[in-house]
Write a protein that binds this ligand. Sequence first.
Ligand code: MN
Ligand code: MN
Length: 367
Amino acid sequence: MQYQKLHHLQEIITQKELDVAYLSDPMTIKYLTGFGSDPVERVLALLVFPDHDPFLFGPALEVEAIKGTGWPFPVYGYLDHEAPFEMIAAEVKKRVANPKMWGAELGFLTVTRLRALKERFTNAHFNFDLTPTIEQMRLIKSADEIDKLNEAGKWADFAFKVGFEAVHVGQSEQAVAAELEYALKKHGIMQMSFETLIQAGPHAAEPHGATSDRMIQDNQLVLFDLGTIYDGYISDASRTIAVGNLNERQKDIYKVCLEAQLTAQAAAKPGMTAAELDRVARDVIEKAGYGEYFIHRLGHGMGMSEHEFPSIMEGNNMLLEPGMCFSIEPGIYIPGFAGVRIEDCVHITKDGCLPFTHTTKELQSFN
Ligand code: MN
Ligand code: MN
């Protein structure tokens, strides 16, 4: 059912005895309505009520696009010179004369906008934060969300293929990133989910570094971390490849990181905790003597963004459940020497997990 998530939210706000929910995070609106837009300057809001149909409110120039998604409920547009909160208030009051209990995404509601609502609803309380509710809903992905994540993953695999072929000694990291993004755009994939990361040699030991104008050199490990957006859903995957001949230490950190990744991916299943899964990968790296060089959590939840739940880390006792999606991305970063990270995002199934990306993880060598 197309607006099942929206109906679910309606049930939740009824249970919580809210009179109205005001949603303004564009990602939440996309999640609940299928309509995606990112107006920062203009007002875009979804209003949900326990006993009335929801409505969308946005810039007049977005109204046709909203209708084009098949949105069956009211949508109201405002022109640049009009007062959006005056219009929102009038529509709300037609449905609920005196709404007291409001839910909103408090981290997203600016002080200016909150004030605009409070001025028009002087008896209202805006204390109920809907962000945890939405996060909880987004934690378990539906079949159609998994389809989109698989499609986004397919384009990440394509990007790796193009990127690996573009790797040559004397080529810059930036040039390789440009090649693969150009190929994606020609195929209609217009957006990456984050800035493509390509790091050669010792540069890869900075896991939060950026793609630079450094040249790829012979006998280096080169780390790729990239992702695409497909219909609002992301991919996120990392591979590390070899250029020329590697020495024993380079080969060893690759082998250990790969074993950690494969072991964790094979172990992930419903009923274990996020912390236990982190531990599976960390044990492999610690036993090989590289524990001090694995300096981040094993993974993060993902879906519409790469900042979702569950967080796969020490201390998180959340049980893994079918439909949860997250990365499994152990890394070994030895300052001044090299860095390796191998990452697939997966979704938990009835008895294990399945990855969204399928590029081989065996060490590949390019010249
Ligand atoms: Mn990544
Ligand atoms: Mn990641």
